[in-house]
Design a protein around this ligand. Sequence first.
Ligand code: PEP
Length: 253
Amino acid sequence: MSTRVPLLAGNWKMYGTAPEAAALVGDLLALIGDVPDRDILIAPPFTALTSIAERIAGSRLLLAAQNLHWETQGAFTGEISASMLVAAGCTHVIVGHSERRQLFGDTDATVARKTRAALQGRLTPIVCVGETLAEREAGTTMDVVRRQLTIALADLSPDSVAATIIAYEPVWAIGTGRVATPEQAQEVHSEIRALISALAGPAVAAGVRILYGGSVKPDNVDALLRQPDLDGALVGGASLKATDFARIVRFTS
Ligand code: PEP
């Protein structure tokens, strides 16, 4: 039986002004503020981080940013550093989301730099990996995931790998309504755990949480999280509706 605490994470993407985000977090606190035995995390837009941090202080909700820059400071217009996110109240940060990789030029190399910057800045990185539809159809899913993860975790100590969360997010399932089957997800998750074991040792691999992301909804979360190597979910669209996200948080396995 796994001792990994399930993590349900909501990625709000570029949705919600600070007042709109405050209203959503108020609804979430009422619905899931007291759910035990699982970790709950929200990743609102940057402009809502500080006010939400104040709102969720003392609750079970954890706060993440959706991106960071690898430098600590400097002439990098439009970027944000780990220390700025920590000062805003974040404990976690999403790194290498496929939208960042596909639309904003994040590469395996910059994802690795961001991962290291997060860890050095005392943020828990949630490192996203996943194949495109073409890559899956070409049978290269594990080659892609292995490459992304090996580069992201290169040169990290076993302790640093242990302090990292992985999110397997097949690109073809993100925002499409097309979800991986529980078996497809489990197959990749178990390979990811084997890779972490090779990189950082079996004890680290046994403890690292691997989230699934890609069209997770109230009606598919239970079956997905019944799989032994799925330790939670990174949820986009359904995290913007409080009742849907609350149901996902209350998954039963
Ligand atoms: C995501 O943005 O990480 C995601 C998984 O989105 P969705 O749940 O909408 O597919």
